[in-house]
Design a protein around this ligand. Sequence first.
Ligand code: SF4
Length: 261
Amino acid sequence: MEVNYGNTIPISTVDWHGKVSVVLFLRGCPFRCPYCHNHELLFENGRVGISDIEKAIKKSKPFVSSAVLSGGEPLVQRNASIHLADFAKNNDMLVGIHTNGFFPQVMDEMIRKKLVDKFFIDVKAPLDDVSMYAKAIGCDDFSFSLNAENVLENILRSIQLTLNSGVDLELRTTVFRDFIGTIDNVSKISHSIFELTGARDVPYVLQQGIPDNAIVETMHSMLPYTRDEMLELAEAAHEFLDNVYIRSKEKGNEKVNFESS
Ligand code: SF4
């Protein structure tokens, strides 16, 4: 089997908090988020034999406990994702998937086959706001055929089926000044997560967006949020959610302790 493949990070401590992982970046994605910093993975092809990726996993195995499929959107390549997750499982590794949530049917298949231990699902905008989601995935900037209403339906299904499956879940929003990531936006996103899940303790991560490699060039001059500003955003999320993390260049992954604030 050939895989449209980007690259491998042999040892990473940041792609699955608390675990050391080999990270596999698959190419392709149906979205065009204006801030996408991995957009080389969207527009270019790079075919490799799947055995080369297996070799990379084997090489990392002595040093890591898990394999993370990332991208791009890994689940756009269903067969490759299933094969690689199965290979990692057969090598006694945990499997995590970074996904935009657009492929609940593949997620369901992987859950049923017991091929995944954790889904990391993007929540790019409030889950009850179709026009904001359309903006977040690029419908305003790029003309493509996805219907944002259908996109949102799929994402809701992906989150619900993960919750019902018992597979670990992390929801995450990448925040940008002057795009999606104001205090009001974060408050609405967190509220929509609470409304969907009915749980205050679903793990929720605010990721510091770094816009200098965004697809849309006008974003390049945007200043990333500082860590202190990220903490303010976390406070907004805390109105609805208790298990909130921030991820910044300054300090990496931090669980926010609201008791001391
Ligand atoms: S940021 Fe958006 S466009 Fe880029 S890989 Fe993720 S979902 Fe796809």
